[in-house]
Each structure stands twice: as C-alpha cells, then as structure tokens.
Design a protein around this ligand. Structure first.
Ligand SMILES: [Zn+2]
Length: 428
C-alpha cells in the first residue's frame, strides 16, 4: 500500500501516467527482489460520478486499483488513454442502517397494512422456526444485500443466529443487540441475555452495541441497566412508529395497554410522562455518540426540532416500504428536510418488506417525494449512513484510500430521476 501511494502521485504529476502504461489494465512496473504483488489500475468514465455527497462534473474519470481501492478522480483530458466508458452513474456502496437479518425467514408471512400492534404480535408468534431454515434464510438475505450493492448494515439482533453469516460475509455489519422487556421484573434476565449475546459478538471482534427496542417495550428498570453502555456508541431505537405510542406516554391510553393485557403483561407500574415518547426517552440516550431513530412515522415537527437541538448525534432512519407495509403510512420526509435533519435509509426486515434493496427504498421515496433529488437520496444511503454507523473512515464515499464498494447505477433518467428500470450493478 505505501509503495503504491509513493508511485501513483508521481505519475500524475509528470503526466506520463497513461502514456507509459499500454493496456486497459495497467500493471505498475515493480521489479524488486522481494517484490510485492503487482497492482492493476482501471480508469472508469461513467456518465456521472456520485462521490458520496455530490455529483461531479461529467467527464470525470475514477482511478481504482484491482482491490477496489479508490486512487484518484481526474478530468478525462488528464487521464490519458484506455479509459473504460461506462453507461450509468458510479457511486460508493450503500449503507443499510436498519435491518433485522434474523427475521429473514418471515418473507411474506405477515399480511400488509394491519397496523403496528398487530404486526408486533405476529412477529412474536412467527419468529420461531427450525434453526436450519432460519440459517438458510439469513444466508440468502446476506447474499442479496451484497448483490444489491450494500456495503454495511446496521442490523438488529435479539440472539446470535446471524453471527456465523456475519463472520463470513463481505458486508460490514454493526449489530445492535436489542433489548425488550416491558415488565420491570424481567429487566435483569433480559439484560443478562443481552450481555451473553454481546460477549458472543465481541469474542469474534464483530462490531456491536446494546440498544433499546422502542419506548413502549423497555421498562425504567431495563433503561437503568443498559444506559451506562451507550457512551461513545452508535445506538438505535424504533421511534414513534404508531399513534398509540404517543397516547401511551402522554396519557397512558391508546391500544398499548390493551395489548400488554392481551399478552398477560401488566403495565400498572408505568407512569405516563405527559410528554411525547421521544422526549421521555431521549435523555436516557444522551451519552451515545449517535442515536439512530428508526421509522419516525408519527413524529411531530416540534418533537423533531426538540430532538435535533437536544442531541447533536441524532440521525433519522427512513424505512418507507416498511412504513407502508405495516401502517400504510409515509415517513415525515418533508418535515425532516425542512429542519436540516441528517437522514439515513434502512429496509427493516423481510417480515415487513419484500426485498432488502436500498435502491427500491430510494425509488419509493422519490415516487412520494419527487422534490428529493437523486444525489440527495444517494447521500442519505451512502455518506450519511456510513457516518451514522461510524464507518466513514473506510466507507460511504469515493475518496482516495477508501475501499467503499463501487456501484454502477443504470437507467437513471436524462433528468436524473430514478426509474423503475434503474438497476444497481456491483463492480467491487
Ligand atoms: Zn425494525
């Protein structure tokens, strides 16, 4: 690597980079006795390059080595000969900030648009399955994520079922070890289960953090146990996914109390706060570096503004296809954009989506919010996602030295809009 970087800038400075290298695939002329492996370089000129934050001038050429490491971007007239012309936009690999890989066997199991409470109940009833079938579904989902251009995933896990797939995957996973427990009496046992799960991921050096499931499913006792783990971490929370969540926290009413009773879980120890659920629980997550608030379907503008000013590390994760699947609702994208919120994108699980394709999510967002440009959407799904998962040193943008995955997006319209026929092809 160090030898490589000492060579390439010299070629560029003297402008002989392309002239002395004869073929489409270039080999650096290394002839030392203990020579390192030869490094091939490709020069790619797509219709446009999206670097993670913006579209570059057309006519820009991306220089990349055979491992997919970004070397440079130069104007075509400085790139010399043997440039490969590509039809489409080039950009970095996608970051999926919200998934539940362990629910991949639930594709098509739960009917659509039945509301969150019914959905949660059906997940609880259907999540158990023979281990072999679960493992098979997890592996297929992991392969599909990779093939569809996903470079990193923020993945919710309640157990260790996804561990072996994550160990062997080219995808970088950040596992959010999720805790639920509404009745205060189960706090200690749930906490111990999560610690065992954490130990399993830690022993394989897999990225992870403890995270609460949702305001309506974590007791004060459990918050007390997990909050000390949040310092300097990226954590996540299912936020304001139903109107009932607001009613529960503001007044102790709505359908959640009935739901707890139907499950035989008492909730008499819960005291309504008189505030929104977000304002009630965000102070418990203050020590986290980043708090990924997922769904936000029923978030109000005042709440969003309050959260933005309260915590500098707030990210808003949009899972638009899951919102439609579960609640037949749309996320508050216009409001979030109007306050300059940092937005990222997730797919949720195959229990509430029929694919884990980030491109499908972006297309769906643009169908409902055509004012959001494709470069802005791509920023949410690349640069912002990498920053949220604290992976921005290596992923999320096309910068020299990074190996962020390189995608070719075909069939973007002449006006720069995503189309149903837009496809993603992974080059690295
Ligand atoms: Zn989720």
């Amino acid at each position: 690597m160090s030898l490589f970087y000492s060579i390439v800038p010299k070629f560029r400075k003297t402008s002989i980079f392309s002239r002395i290298l004869p073929a489409t695939t270039y080999l650096l002329p290394i002839t030392f006795a203990d020579k390192p492996p030869l490094l091939a370089i490709r020069k790619l000129q797509p219709q446009r390059i999206f670097n993670g934050q913006q579209l570059l001038e057309s006519g820009t050429v991306l220089l990349v080595d055979q491992t997919g490491t970004i070397l440079d971007m130069v104007p075509a007239d400085q790139a010399g000969d043997n440039i490969e012309i590509l039809n489409g936009w080039l950009g970095p690999g996608f970051i999926n900030c919200h998934c539940h890989l362990e629910l991949s066997h639930m594709l098509g199991v739960i009917p659509e648009k039945t509301g969150l409470l019914s959905f949660v109940k059906q997940v609880m009833q259907n999540r158990e399955i023979a281990e072999e079938k679960q493992q098979q579904a997890i592996q297929i989902a992991d392969q599909q994520l990779w093939n569809q251009g996903v470079q990193a995933v923020g993945d919710i896990s309640n157990q260790t079922a996804t561990l072996s797939t994550k160990l062997n995957s080219p995808i970088t996973y950040h596992t959010f070890i999720e805790l639920t427990g509404w009745h205060p009496s189960v706090a200690e046992s749930r906490y111990q289960t999560a610690l065992a799960c954490e130990q399993a991921f830690a022993s394989h050096s897999l990225r992870h953090s403890l995270s609460p499931h949702a305001p309506y499913s974590v007791s004060a006792n459990l918050w007390k146990k997990i909050s000390p783990h949040f310092s300097h971490q990226t954590i996540t929370l299912h936020n304001q996914e139903s109107a009932d969540e607001q009613l529960l926290f503001e007044r102790g009413t709505g359908n959640w109390p009935l739901f707890y009773e139907s499950l035989g879980i008492g909730h008499s120890e819960f005291e309504p706060t008189g505030k929104s659920s977000l304002q009630s629980v965000l102070p418990l997550m203050k020590e986290a570096t980043t708090v990924l608030l997922v769904h936000d379907t029923f978030s109000q503008a005042a709440d969003m503004q309050w959260a933005q000013s309260y915590h500098p590390g707030i990210c808003w994760c949009i899972c638009i296809r899951a919102n439609q699947y579960i609640e037949n609702a749309l996320p508050p994208i216009a409001e979030l954009r109007s306050i300059g919120a940092r937005i990222v994108v997730g797919t949720d699980s195959l229990a509430s989506n029929n694919s884990l394709s980030i491109l499908h999510e972006l297309y769906e967002i643009q169908q409902h919010f055509p004012e959001v440009s494709t470069p802005e959407l791509l920023t949410w799904a690349t640069y912002n996602g990498a920053q949220a998962l604290q992976l921005n040193e290596s992923l999320g943008s096309l910068q020299p030295g990074k190996r962020p995955g390189i995608l070719l997006l075909n069939n973007i319209s002449d006006q720069g809009q995503l189309q149903q026929s837009t496809q993603v092809q992974r080059l690295w």
